[in-house]
Design a protein around this ligand. Structure first.
Ligand code: LLP
Length: 386
């Protein structure tokens, strides 16, 4: 056992694999609940896109959270793993007819609608079933976030949402339809956001929009502010749980909710990010002219974040405490971008050592691919190793 890792048990299964510390996951869920319990109108829908491992989903659904889905597949995964339909919300710019039908048949809470053509299709499909679909409109608030350009979503240039300026027109169109019921507004400005000022900017936009709508006597039941709260990738041991108190306090302080209004959140990374690690084995230590490589048996196919977003993940050698040396930790994939980290200090590596690539619980296993005909990594939890 090194830190909280059952390393002897790790030796009994094939690498690479994801390991989820369910104790930390439960503590994280408790930390969220202790904040949201202060407000009877706050509801958290876990963003399934971050991690849809059934064992992880079960822990989250058992804790009473709802689910935020972006595909029919995610709706199925949520339903199969204990999330009740009335706590499932469904967003996405390109919903196929079968996915909308699935949502209608299951009786999900509401659709986050991203365009007028989509609204028309939902109305038609609901009509064919004799149902009324509850819809929220995803608004593009044109608010930037201090994060990587690939994971900023709330700018006018991004494909997501309906322009704030078109809002009243869209609400009017929905009012003229018999098979949709307009119930709320939805926003999401980006991911891995650590500056509360970005969320304050979103609150200000929501306040402006609500004031504008109220001048037209329009009031909504729900405000959904999406997710986006980041985690500390550099200090997974020191900061295993994000500061949910600061996050929820920001919304409480800056968002002017109307009496009776419900506030919905869609947190993904902040829920599952720190509880997951990718466990991989050192295959070779290769000395090059100016550096040494630790070549491991996992690659960008298992965890694509470093290659795709230049994301940093802390790495630990679980197998020994020998003095640290500097390595580029690289995978076996035939791509130069198959690098987890460059010039990183690790306890001296030997063939067969197990490394933990930390903070990989969100957007890790779920983004894995079979490129190079590799097998998808398995996911284990604490309970699998007792
Ligand atoms: N709601 C909506 C509408 C979203 O698009 C997202 C994430 C979330 C909620 C959850 O955001 P979170 O709380 O996890 O930040 N693959 C990238 C992240 C993509 C995020 C996409 N949308 C990464 O590995 O950093």
């Amino acid at each position: 056992m090194k830190g909280s890792f059952p390393i002897d048990k790790f030796r009994t299964v094939a690498t690479p694999f994801y390991y989820y510390d369910t104790e930390l996951l439960r503590q994280t869920l408790d930390a969220i609940k202790s904040e949201t319990d202060k407000h009877s109108n706050y509801h958290v829908h876990y963003a399934v896109k971050a991690n849809a491992n059934p064992k992880v989903l079960r822990v989250i659904s058992q804790a009473g959270f709802g689910a935020d889905c972006v595909s029919g597949g995610e709706i199925k995964a949520a339903l199969e793993n204990g999330f009740p339909a009335h706590k499932i919300v469904y967003a996405g710019v390109g919903k196929s007819d079968w996915e909308i039908n699935l949502g209608l048949d299951a009786g999900i809470a509401y659709f986050n609608v991203e365009s007028i053509p989509e609204l028309e299709v939902i109305n038609e499909l609901a009509k064919a079933k004799g149902k009324i679909a509850k819809v929220s409109f995803r608004i593009n608030p044109n608010v930037g976030a201090h994060t990587h350009a690939n994971i900023t979503t709330g700018l006018a240039e991004n494909k997501f949402g309906i322009d704030m300026a078109d809002m009243e027109k869209v609400i009017e169109i929905a009012a003229g339809m018999n098979h949709v019921e307009f119930i709320g507004l939805h926003f999401h400005i980006g991911s891995q956001i650590l500056e509360m000022g970005d969320f304050v900017a979103l609150c200000n936009r929501v306040n402006e929009l609500q004031d504008q709508l109220e001048r037209h006597h329009i009031q909504v039941q729900n405000i959904n502010v999406g997710g986006g709260l980041g985690i500390d990738y550099h200090h997974p041991n020191e900061v295993p749980i994000p500061s949910f108190d600061e996050y929820f306090r920001t919304y409480h302080k800056h968002l002017n909710l109307r009496p009776g209004q419900q506030l919905h959140f869609e947190l993904g990374r902040a829920v599952v990010g720190q509880c997951g690690s990718l466990i991989t084995k050192v295959l070779y230590v290769k000395q090059a002219t100016y550096k040494q490589f630790a070549i491991v048996d996992s690659g960008m196919t298992d965890l694509i974040r470093p290659a795709l977003y230049q994301a940093f993940h802390c790495i630990e050698n679980l197998s020994n405490d020998e003095p640290k040396e500097t390595y580029d930790v690289v995978g076996p994939i035939c791509e130069s971008s198959d690098v987890f980290v460059k010039a990183f200090d690790l306890n001296r590596c030997h063939r067969g050592d197990l490394l933990a690539i930390r903070s990989a619980g969100a957007y890790g296993e779920i983004m894995a691919s079979g490129y190079n005909c590799r097998e998808l990594p398995k996911g284990y939890t604490t309970e699998d190793f007792v």
